[in-house]
Every structure is written in structure tokens, then in C-alpha cells.
Design a protein around this ligand. Structure first.
Ligand code: AMP
Length: 547
């Protein structure tokens, strides 16, 4: 399949803001796509190179890309860098370089989707010394065959900075439309397999209902609703219910087949290497092939560590063992969704917990979440207090008879925590600071999610941030810059922060219709992705409940 075809679609998508039209454009393209390429084409539309859980990282930054373009076009790197500044967009600068190329390439064949993917697959394999050089060679081969427009989009794909406005909601609707399958079924299937290609194929063959979970393919986790007190909790999950400590760490989904163990975050990042001791403990102490879930918390002595410290371990690439020794963790298991070839999604929670108790041998790294089963408000309150006294965030209340519903917040489990509600929001823009702060991004535009999954602004934050946090935010956000105009930058919606505030107000100033009074960034949530952020509905609820 010619890459040119996808480029035409990118252009059409960029021209229309209308969601329905975008869905039609995507549906038309997918209809014409050969089955074996569907998965790839969908990823190209979403602007992803590989699903995150595959743990394949392209690892090509702007400078390496520019080096490759310089090699292909004969234009000096310095000049291309100048164009990046002028255009405020790497893609456009690359396009301009290709348009002005000094050397003509003969025998270059038209770029195909297959070739792009083969090349990317090779590029991800290179590691260690001389890997950059090898990447460069392969990259240059691609750009030799690219014309101006293809080069623009190709560089955005490689840098993972595509912005066609196609999100997963549009892909879902397009598949639903082509094969006349209800969107909910597509959602469910995708939550289980996390692979649009597999979902599209199943929709086409009429097997969407029989898609099942498989080890080593992370599922979207079940989410919790919030309540304000035990009574309200009972009214959602029923009586009696299970109550568990709500540990303040990050969620791990652990897959085990024989000796092979893989650990995923709730964003489906593979973090097995970062947690070697957890891996070993699971290997030793859990019987059978399984997918289990739990919350990992850092500890020092007998005290839990603040989440921020452990979050550093999530993305750690070097000195992993040293770090693992310095910041040890405990995994508190609270669910199981698969055992020895069988999905447990439809098994009632109480039974799942029994299975968990049966197959797990606890040790100092691996324990079951502390749990009681009760129908008493009084007992619940005592348990809640005890949880807080022991340094936990609060408690979870769980419906004993409920199945596990991947990817949704259905009210089978709820969370109860005391503090003023904070919001998880994504940073979509920023401004460079002035004076002392000139080398930092200093004001951040925050967004929540609307019903359709679009990111809509809800306010700006620039105060209550420490110097270290400015530095950390700047370091993390620099790679997300899509383009820059004066001091303002537009960012790829990637980085999630937990935000505190005094009040939520109605406001026409931001597209969400709300604004935050005195917002402050409490912490960076590296364990969360843009899909996990708070929705307008949630914000409306808090707004209403505070009267
Ligand atoms: P929140 O992050 O505020 O949406 O609360 C839900 C999160 O609490 C889950 O995604 C887990 O990461 C975490 N959690 C901590 N302890 C438990 C537990 N015992 N059961 C379920 N989730 C838990």
C-alpha cells in the first residue's frame, strides 16, 4: 500500500474539524486497506509507531532526524535547524529541506507503508554503541524515497508528533460503522486485547464477542468511582461488600506464564525491567499462569514512601538494581483476571479473591491487599480510619458479586479518600518564563476530557511550583512540543499532573466552560496517561456537589 494514500488522508483529516467527517474518512481508508495492514494503518492514523506495551521505542530525536535529512538532501544541518525555528515545526522544516534538496536521488521507489514499517521494526532493534549510526542509515533510506509531503508526515510519525485529531473514539466509530457492530462491543473487545488490528479483524469476521484476554497483552484496567462516605459507598456496591486499604502507589498488572513474567502499568507500559525483585517474587510465589493486579508502594523501614519517589522508578533505564535496592517496593495484590488458560473476567469478585488467596504465597515483597467483608457502617468507618492511620490514601469498597469490567468505571468498585478532590489533568500548552525563569516552561495550560475524548482547556497554572518541579516539567515537556509561536508552545497532550485548587467556577474563558481558582500542581503523574484524566462530567459533579 502506497504511503501517499495515507498522506492524502492525513491532509483531509487536518482540513476538517468535524468528527463525523473524520470518522467517514477513516472508515473509507480502512475499507480499502488490506487486512494484514489494518493494524499498522490504524497506528499511523493515531500517530503511534508501536503499541506501548510492546516495549518498542523508536528512540529518534529531532537532531538525529535532521542529521539524516541533511545527509539525504545535501543541505547543512545548521540550515535545517534554522528552518525549524522559522517554521516552528520540525515536520515542515523537513518538508522544506526535501523541496530544496541539492542532490537528486535516482532509482528511488515510491514509499510504501510496508517499507516504513519494516524499517521502523529494524530501527527499534538497534541498541548500544553505534546504534545511532545504524538508525541513521535506515532512516536516510526512507527519506530518499519521500517527496515533500511524505517527508513532513514521515518525520511527524518518527518523532511521534502526529496531530490529525484522530483519537481512539474515531477509530472505534469507524470500525463500528464499516462492520455494523455496536460501538460498545468494539470498546469491550479493545479493552481486552489492546490491538486495533485484532479488533477490526474480529469485527469483520463476526467474532468480536469471542475475543478473549491473553497473557502478555495487557488489558485496560477496571476503574473506580468516587464516593464521599461509607453509606454512599454501600449504596453503590451493595451490602455486604469487601473493603480494602487504598494503597498510595501505582497500579501493576502482572502477567505470568511459567517462568516468564511481565509487568505493565495501567498505561500499559512494560516496566518489567524496572522492577526485577517484584518479577522474581511473582515467579517464585505465584502458582500457575495468571494475570494479577495490585498496587505497588515504595517503603523505607516500615513506612510507605510518597508516590513521587517511587514514580521515578517507573521510567528508570539505568542503575535499575541499585535503585531497586534503594527504594524497595511491596506489591499488594487485589485482583486476578486470568488463570491457567481461563478468563476470570466473569467470575464474581469474591471468588476471584479466593483464587488469589489460594495461588499466592505471601512474602515481604508480595502480599494480598488488606481486606475485610462487612455490611456495617460502623465497622467500615473504623477500617477507614485504620487505613488512613497506616499511611494509606483511603479505602476501596468492592461489590462481592461483580465481574471485572475492563476499561470502565462501572461502580463495581469505589474509592473513598478524605482530601479535597484533586484533578488529574493533561498539559496541552505552555509558555516560556521570563527573567530567572527564562529557561523553563513556566505557565501551563491544563485540559480535561470532554464526552468525546477531546482535550478541552480548563485553566492555566504557573504558581505553587518549586524550582525542581519547573525543571522536571520542562525536561519532560520539551519532547512534547508540537510547535512554538513566540513564547507560547503547543504540546502533545501526554503529561498528566495532579492539580489542587480552591474552587471550580463556571467560566466562558476556557472551552470546558469551567475554570479553576488558585490551581497548583501537586505532582507529576507519570503513571497516568491522557486517557486517565478527569472528565468534564466529573468536574461538573464536583462543581455541583460543592454548591
Ligand atoms: P484513583 O487512582 O484515585 O482513581 O483510585 C483508584 C486506584 O487506586 C486504582 O487504580 C489503584 O491504582 C489504586 N488502589 C490502591 N489500592 C487498591 C485496592 N486495594 N484495590 C483497587 N485499587 C487500589
Amino acid at each position: 500500500m502506497k504511503f501517499r494514500k495515507i498522506v492524502n488522508v492525513y491532509e483531509m483529516l487536518e482540513k476538517t474539524p468535524a468528527r463525523l467527517e473524520k470518522t467517514d474518512i477513516v472508515a473509507n481508508l480502512l475499507k480499502e486497506t488490506p487486512e494484514k495492514l489494518v493494524s499498522i494503518v490504524i497506528r499511523l492514523l493515531l500517530g503511534e509507531t508501536f503499541p506501548k506495551w510492546m516495549d518498542k521505542k523508536i528512540g529518534i530525536g529531532t537532531q538525529l532526524l535532521i542529521k539524516s535529512i541533511s545527509k539525504v538532501t545535501g543541505i547543512k544541518e545548521k540550515e535545517i535547524n534554522e528552518w525549524v525555528r522559522e517554521e516552528g515545526d520540525v515536520g515542515k522544516a523537513v518538508g522544506r529541506a526535501v523541496r530544496n534538496k541539492k542532490q537528486v536521488s535516482f532509482f528511488a521507489e515510491e514509499l510504501s507503508v510496508e517499507e516504513i514499517y519494516d524499517t521502523l521494526n529494524r530501527i527499534v532493534e538497534f541498541e548500544g554503541i553505534r546504534s545511532q549510526e545504524k538508525k541513521l542509515t535506515y532512516l536516510s533510506k526512507l527519506f530518499v524515497s519521500a517527496d515533500e509531503k511524505e517527508a513532513i508526515y514521515l518525520s511527524r510519525i518518527i518523532l511521534e508528533k502526529m496531530r490529525t485529531g484522530v483519537g481512539e473514539g474515531i477509530i472505534r466509530d469507524a470500525i463500528a460503522k464499516i462492520y455494523s457492530v455496536p460501538s460498545e462491543k468494539i470498546d469491550r473487545a479493545y479493552s481486552l486485547v489492546n490491538d486495533w488490528g485484532a479488533v477490526a479483524k474480529a469485527a469483520k469476521n463476526g467474532t468480536i464477542d469471542s475475543l478473549q484476554i491473553e497473557p502478555f497483552r495487557p488489558i485496560r484496567v477496571m476503574l473506580a468511582q468516587k464516593v464521599r462516605n461509607i453509606e454512599e459507598g454501600f449504596s453503590v456496591v451493595g451490602k455486604p461488600c469487601a473493603m480494602e486499604y487504598k494503597y498510595d502507589g501505582f497500579r501493576m498488572q502482572v502477567h505470568k506464564v511459567g517462568e516468564d513474567v511481565r509487568i505493565f502499568t495501567r498505561r500499559l507500559d512494560n516496566v518489567t525491567e524496572q522492577f526485577p525483585f517484584v518479577r522474581d517474587s511473582v515467579r517464585r510465589n505465584i502458582e500457575g499462569d495468571c494475570i494479577v493486579e495490585g498496587e505497588t508502594v515504595g517503603i523505607r523501614g516500615d513506612k510507605y514512601l510518597p508516590f513521587q519517589q517511587i514514580s521515578r522508578r517507573i521510567k528508570r533505564k539505568y542503575n535499575i538494581e541499585e535503585m531497586a535496592r534503594k527504594i524497595p517496593v511491596i506489591l499488594h495484590l487485589f485482583d486476578i483476571v486470568y488463570l491457567n488458560g481461563r478468563s476470570l473476567l466473569d467470575t464474581p469478585f469474591q471468588k476471584r479473591r479466593e483464587i488469589l488467596e489460594r495461588i499466592v504465597k505471601e512474602d515481604e515483597k508480595l502480599v494480598l491487599a488488606k481486606q475485610i467483608v462487612t455490611d456495617s457502617v460502623e465497622e467500615g468507618n473504623i477500617f477507614y480510619k485504620e487505613a488512613l492511620n497506616r499511611g494509606n490514601e483511603g479505602i476501596m469498597m468492592k461489590n462481592l458479586n461483580a465481574p471485572y469490567q475492563p476499561g470502565s468505571r462501572v461502580g463495581y468498585m469505589i474509592k473513598l479518600k478524605p482530601i479535597l478532590e484533586t484533578l488529574d489533568l493533561v498539559i496541552i500548552g505552555a509558555e516560556w518564563g521570563e527573567g530567572r525563569r527564562a529557561h523553563w516552561l513556566a505557565t501551563f495550560l491544563l485540559a480535561c476530557k470532554d464526552e468525546e475524548g477531546n482535550f478541552v482547556p480548563i485553566g492555566k497554572v504557573g504558581t505553587g511550583i518549586t524550582d525542581e518541579m519547573f525543571q522536571e516539567l520542562t525536561d519532560l515537556l520539551k519532547d512534547n512540543i508540537i510547535y512554538q509561536k513566540g513564547k507560547e508552545v503547543v504540546l502533545k497532550p501526554e503529561l498528566v499532573v495532579e492539580v489542587g485548587y480552591e474552587e471550580i467556577q463556571r467560566s466562558p474563558k476556557y472551552e470546558s466552560g469551567f475554570a479553576l481558582r488558585f490551581p497548583r500542581v501537586l505532582r507529576i503523574r507519570e503513571d497516568r496517561g491522557p486517557d486517565d484524566i478527569d472528565t468534564i462530567d466529573r468536574i461538573y459533579e464536583i462543581y455541583e456537589s460543592r454548591g
